[in-house]
Design a protein around this ligand. Structure first.
Ligand SMILES: NC(=O)c1ccc[n+]([C@@H]2O[C@H](COP(=O)([O-])OP(=O)(O)OC[C@H]3O[C@@H](n4cnc5c(N)ncnc54)[C@H](OP(=O)(O)O)[C@@H]3O)[C@@H](O)[C@H]2O)c1
Length: 365
């Protein structure tokens, strides 16, 4: 079993035992995915930036997603975005779009510094909202967003796409099968090189800059899924001249004895790898190329199985979009796979880590 039983908020997955075979398998994804949604939903994009473009091209793959509206602060930009991806309407302000009664679901894709205000704008108008990671800057902001969603009885979820990837499901399946025994230690990192530019959203604290909130969320996600909430935290940081964390190293200890070594950085390139070390072997998850994730399961130092997950179409963001529609079909106000308690726990942990390393956002109390 996965450690530890102490975390009440760890996601529980219902998976069948792992049928391990000594072979290599490539799963070509998309044609085999079943889309269950019964009605068509009108999607709107808030903020026409880079990830919004990828998300929109993935939305096009879903038969029940109607690309309805794109909203930018600049109408010329939203018109060009709408025509590129096939949205029916373009708005030159986020407010106008949020006021459109035909909009069902809004994807908030602005810098994290603005997630709280933009999500609240939409939630107050009764829209279902999917908010990019990092969900907010602080736990306080996160609580505000959740409270307003609850008060308005509307759906709210963090767009944490890793949770919906088949590679993640495979890792859980292996761990839950008991094939490798208990997970005891892990190492996970997410790093890419980005030169220091003070105004860039990655380094600008006014836009929620810093590697922890931007990419450290991924190693933290893995650690949370495997071990739950940590009881001890150690951190080492390298700050950029702006005060944003350029590189962050974290060692977390868990009540059940688990230990996780995690890192995020804009100063180096890495192969974005997660390794989970268990009593009888290990699991390695790594991106082999932009379209492929490989999960290697090794027992007693022998490579036994390599599962390769490859998207034939899209970037894999369509999985989270489909899940939102599935939840709405079921009348849910939060995801049953990625509950708001996960988001809140992550925000609280990131608050603690930032407090230890002196990374503070403007206006933060
Ligand atoms: N899930 C993933 O794989 C993934 C990958 C990358 C990023 N993200 C997340 O997605 C969010 C956006 O990242 P991105 O890389 O797409 O950023 P980006 O290219 O800079 O786009 C952000 C958009 O936000 C809008 N915006 C509103 N207020 C802004 C302000 N004051 N300054 C700058 N932009 C403002 C802009 O849209 P308009 O000009 O149209 O209003 C801008 O194009 C971040 O929270 C990031 O962490 C997620």
């Amino acid at each position: 079993m996965i450690l530890p039983p102490s975390s009440a908020s760890r996601i529980t997955l219902h998976v069948s035992p792992l049928p391990l075979r000594a072979s290599r398998i490539t799963h070509h994804l998309f044609p085999y995915l079943r889309f269950m949604t019964s009605r068509k939903y009108n999607w709107a994009i808030l903020g026409c930036g880079k990830i919004a473009g990828k998300f929109s091209s993935d939305l096009k793959l879903l038969p029940n997603a109607r690309l309805y509206a794109a909203a930018s602060r600049d109408i010329v930009k939203s018109e060009s975005f709408a025509s590129k991806y096939g949205f029916e309407k373009a708005y030159g302000s986020y407010e106008e779009m949020a006021n459109d009664p035909n909009v069902d679901i809004i994807y908030v894709a602005t810098p994290h510094s603005h997630h709280r205000d933009h999500a609240i704008l939409c939630l107050e108008r009764g829209k279902a909202v999917l908010v990019e990671k990092a969900f907010a800057l602080t736990t306080g902001e996160c609580n505000q967003m959740i409270d307003i969603a609850k008060r308005n009885k509307v759906f709210l979820m963090e767009a944490f796409w890793t949770r919906f990837q088949p590679s993640f499901q495979k890792v859980v399946e292996v761990l839950e099968s008991g094939y490798l025994g208990d997970a005891r230690m892990m190492r996970s990192e997410f790093c890419f090189f980005s030169p220091y530019i003070a105004e860039n959203r990655l380094y600008n604290l006014a836009l929620g800059g810093g590697s922890l909130l931007d990419i450290g969320v991924y190693p933290l996600f893995w650690a949370y899924q495997i071990f739950g909430k940590p009881s001890e935290i150690q951190t080492t940081v390298d700050l950029a001249p702006s005060g944003a964390d350029r590189s962050m190293a974290m060692t977390l200890k868990y009540p059940g004895g688990g230990i996780a070594q995690l890192a995020s950085s804009f100063a180096v390139c890495s192969d974005t790898q997660t390794e989970i070390w268990c009593e009888k072997g290990f699991i390695r998850v790594r991106k082999a190329d932009p379209q492929t994730v490989k999960v290697t399961v090794s027992k007693k130092e022998i490579l036994e199985e390599e599962f390769s997950f490859r998207f034939d179409k899209g970037f894999g963001l369509f999985l989270e979009a489909q899940h939102v529609m599935d939840c709405l079909d079921k009348g849910l106000l939060e995801s049953d796979l990625l509950p708001l308690s996960f988001t809140l726990d992550q925000m609280q942990l990131m608050d603690k880590i930032r407090a230890m390393t002196g990374v503070r956002y403007p206006g933060e109390i």
